[in-house]
Each structure stands twice: as structure tokens, then as C-alpha cells.
Design a protein around this ligand. Structure first.
Ligand code: APR
Ligand code: PHB
Length: 388
């Protein structure tokens, strides 16, 4: 098979890029290892920045997002008795939209046929070849048969564990920070305890009250990275949430059986540069943020925005240099989101190595934030998403 861009991975990054390229008349094919059902079964975050919403708008695939997404004008930071509301709408004139990554992925998947986006599911043993030259190709197997896709560019949208970054691992630099805890998440068909998100720093640890809709809640608590989900019955999770979120929120928590319960590690990671020869990395394949700032999906969207613009300029505008600028543009935004996610993680979690001094710094910072419009604006503009 011959195409202009071969995209590896059909998560949100790969599907968004595929649709954007198709909408510009650029040929592409997407190779995905899993089945559509498997991809949709992964429960991920659910807060969309304007960049992510606007890409769906541009594609004309935002009907369900408009109808079912919940616009949020603010969110809350809690610490003991203190509750600080960050009024993002008032401070930035913008808002975020609560809409599950799973739903966004479903919308992109459902539009494949209508938009002529070819996605090959069940593609095994994907391998990248001749990345440095201008005639790269990808091999894979499916149903016992070997296949080869020749392309002008490859887009690595295959997440943190995919083969794309691994193919160029020796050519770039990895920046990494692991955290000593993971987030235990629970999804349940119960109304949320609050109409806005609450991030709580409690002496027993972090908690987050989030949601997917008016009738579906998503909550998290942090647990030691060595913890096993089997040790956490639903009741134990609800009990812990009620303590950590504080009495006011606890009074409104509605308990229900977990639809999903799992522990995800927290990591900060950047691989730079994000382009090597004819390979562009987008989304989790190039970087990971701890979920505290809700940036993972949104960063994937901004990468894809830059990648689609560069590839379109190459194929449609005859701009041979466009792709060379991709990594610099993408990374400039990535690093700022890394900084924000890391600093909010630092502010809202009790690290095992921390002593009274570090705790006093958290209290002082929260105190400063609660009394300073400038500090709140800084948090709000990062949360809502820095300009693309
Ligand atoms: N061959 C083909 N596809 C692969 C391979 C492989 N060897 N390895 C991984 N993939 C696929 C995965 O199955 C997955 O569907 O690549 C896709 C990567 O999708 P995600 O992990 O969702 O990553 P990305 O699209 O970059 O999305 C950004 O935002 O909320 C965050 O981390 C969260 O997934 C989220 C991310
Ligand atoms: C979620 O709803 O899953 C969620 C929301 C905000 C975050 C992280 C996850 O910061």
C-alpha cells in the first residue's frame, strides 16, 4: 500500500490527525494494534481545553460534544477547611468542557467511513523502517499475512509503549520524573457530589471529585505505587473519598457500584526532539504528564494541530521546511504543560519524603493563591490551556 502519511495508533491523537489530514485532502492510513472495542474500553480523563473542542468543531464532529459536554466555568482546590474556587471564566474569559476521552474517541471512530478515513485494526508487529530518509515504510502483520505501507511521512501516535519512539530512542533525550504514588480511579453511575471539580489535598492524601455527566461520577484518590486495586473494595474507596474531600463534599457523595476501578501510575516524561527524519511523534508517544492538570489528551490535540498544519503545508503548499518546525512548536507548549502539571501535582499531594517544611510551603502557596488574583489567573490560564 502507498500513502502520504502512515499514522501508527488510533487513540485520540491518531484519529484526530487522520481526520484533519483527510479534511485537507492529504492521504493517510492509520494502523492500530487493538480492536475498536478495546480502544473504547480504556477509561481516561475527561476535561477538554478549547484547542481540543475547536479541532472537533473544525472537523464538524462536535454535535454530541456540544449536546452532551458540560461547560465548566471554574474548579476548586481544597485543603482541610480551605476551599479555593478558581473562576476560569471570569479570569480568562474561557471555559473547559467535561466530556470523556472515550466519547471523543467514539465520535472520531464513528465518522471514519463517512470521512473516508481508513483505520486498520488488529495490525500486529508494527515496525518502522528508513525513518531518516524521505521514503520511510511500515511493516505489520494481520491475520497471518505480512503487509507493507510506503509513505512520505510517518506519525507516531502509538502512546507511551508504542514502537515509534522506541525506533528513535537512541537519537533523542528522555526527561523523566516518576512519582511515588498512583491514582486509584472509580467510575460510577451516580450524580456528582459537586457541580464543579474538586482537587483536595488532605493529610491522608490527594482526592479528586470529577464527573462524566450529570449522572456519572469519576473520583480518584492517590495510593502508594505498590498498592493493589484488589485491596480496595468499593466501600473502602467511598469511605476514603468522604474523608479526603471533606465534610461538605462528603455530605453530597452518592455511592454506587464501580463500573471501573483501576490504579494508574503518575509520571512526567518528555522525549525531545519530537521529529526525527520523516517521523513525527504526537501525544503520549512523546510525552506523559501526571493527570493533575488534565493535560494529557489536550496536549495530544495541540501536537496534532501543529503536525496537521505542517504536513498540510508540505503536501498542499509545497513548503518543504514546514515539518522541520514541528518539534520546536509542539515542545514549547508541551514543556509549559509539563511544568503546570508537575507544579499542581506538587501542590496537591503529600509526598512520602516531605517534612514539615514542604508542607508549610504548600500551605503558604495555597494561602497566596487564595488571596491573589494574579496567582489565580496564572492557574486559570494554564488550566484552560495556553494559546496554540
Ligand atoms: N501498533 C499499533 N498501535 C499501537 C501499538 C502498536 N505496536 N502500540 C500502541 N498502539 C496504539 C494503542 O493501542 C492506542 O490505541 O496506539 C494508541 C495510542 O493511544 P493513547 O495511548 O490513547 O495515546 P494518544 O492517542 O497519544 O492519546 C493521548 O491523553 O488522556 C491522555 O494518556 C491519555 O490516551 C491519552 C492521551
Ligand atoms: C477525570 O475526570 O478523569 C479527570 C479530571 C481532571 C483531572 C484528571 C482526570 O485533572
Amino acid at each position: 500500500m502507498k500513502t502520504q502519511v502512515c499514522i501508527i495508533g488510533a487513540g485520540p491523537a491518531g484519529l484526530l490527525l487522520g481526520h484533519l489530514l483527510r479534511s485537507e485532502g492529504v492521504d493517510c492510513v492509520v494502523l492500530e494494534r487493538r480492536t475498536p472495542d478495546y480502544v473504547l474500553s480504556r477509561i481516561r480523563a475527561g476535561v477538554l481545553e478549547q484547542i481540543t473542542v475547536s479541532l472537533m468543531e473544525r472537523l464538524g464532529l462536535d454535535q454530541r460534544l456540544k449536546a452532551e459536554g458540560l461547560p465548566h466555568d471554574g474548579f476548586n482546590l481544597a485543603d482541610g477547611e480551605r476551599l479555593i474556587r478558581i473562576d476560569i471564566a471570569e479570569l480568562t474569559g474561557k471555559h473547559v468542557v467535561v466530556y470523556g476521552q472515550t466519547e471523543l474517541t467514539r465520535d472520531l471512530m464513528d465518522a471514519r467511513e463517512e470521512r473516508g478515513l481508513e483505520v486498520i485494526y488488529g495490525a500486529e508487529d508494527v515496525a518502522l523502517h528508513d525513518i531518516e530518509g524521505d521514503a520511510p515504510f511500515v511493516t505489520y502483520s494481520k491475520d497471518g499475512q505480512q503487509h507493507r505501507v510506503d509513505a512520505r511521512f510517518l506519525a507516531g501516535c502509538d502512546g507511551f509503549h508504542g514502537p515509534s519512539r522506541q525506533a528513535v530512542a537512541s537519537k533523542g533525550t528522555e526527561y523523566e520524573r516518576e512519582y511515588p504514588f498512583g491514582w486509584l480511579g472509580i467510575l460510577a453511575d451516580v450524580p456528582p457530589c459537586n457541580h464543579e471539580l474538586i482537587y483536595a489535598n488532605h493529610e491522608r492524601g490527594f482526592a479528586l471529585a470529577s464527573m462524566r455527566s450529570e449522572t456519572r461520577s469519576r473520583y480518584y484518590i492517590d495510593v502508594p505505587i505498590t498498592e493493589k486495586v484488589e485491596n480496595w473494595s468499593d466501600e473502602r474507596v467511598w469511605d476514603e473519598l468522604a474523608i479526603r474531600l471533606g465534610p461538605q463534599a462528603a455530605a453530597h457523595i452518592v455511592r454506587g457500584p464501580a463500573l471501573e476501578k483501576s490504579i494508574a501510575p503518575l509520571r512526567s516524561f518528555v522525549f525531545a526532539p519530537m521529529r526525527h527524519g520523516s517521523l513525527l511523534l504526537c501525544g503520549d508517544s512523546a510525552h506523559i504528564v501526571p493527570p493533575t492538570g488534565a493535560k494529557g489528551l489536550n496536549l495530544a490535540a495541540s501536537d496534532v494541530h501543529y503536525a496537521a498544519a505542517a504536513l498540510t503545508a508540505f503536501f498542499k503548499g509545497g513548503d518543504n521546511d514546514a515539518v522541520a518546525g514541528y518539534s520546536g512548536k509542539a515542545l514549547s507548549r508541551v514543556w509549559k504543560a509539563e511544568r503546570f502539571s508537575w507544579s499542581l501535582t506538587r501542590l496537591m499531594h503529600r509526598f512520602p519524603e516531605d517534612g514539615p517544611f514542604e508542607r508549610a510551603m504548600q500551605v503558604a502557596e495555597l494561602d497566596y493563591i487564595s488571596g491573589s488574583r494574579a496567582a489565580q489567573t496564572s492557574i486559570a490560564e494554564n488550566y484552560v490551556g495556553l494559546p496554540v
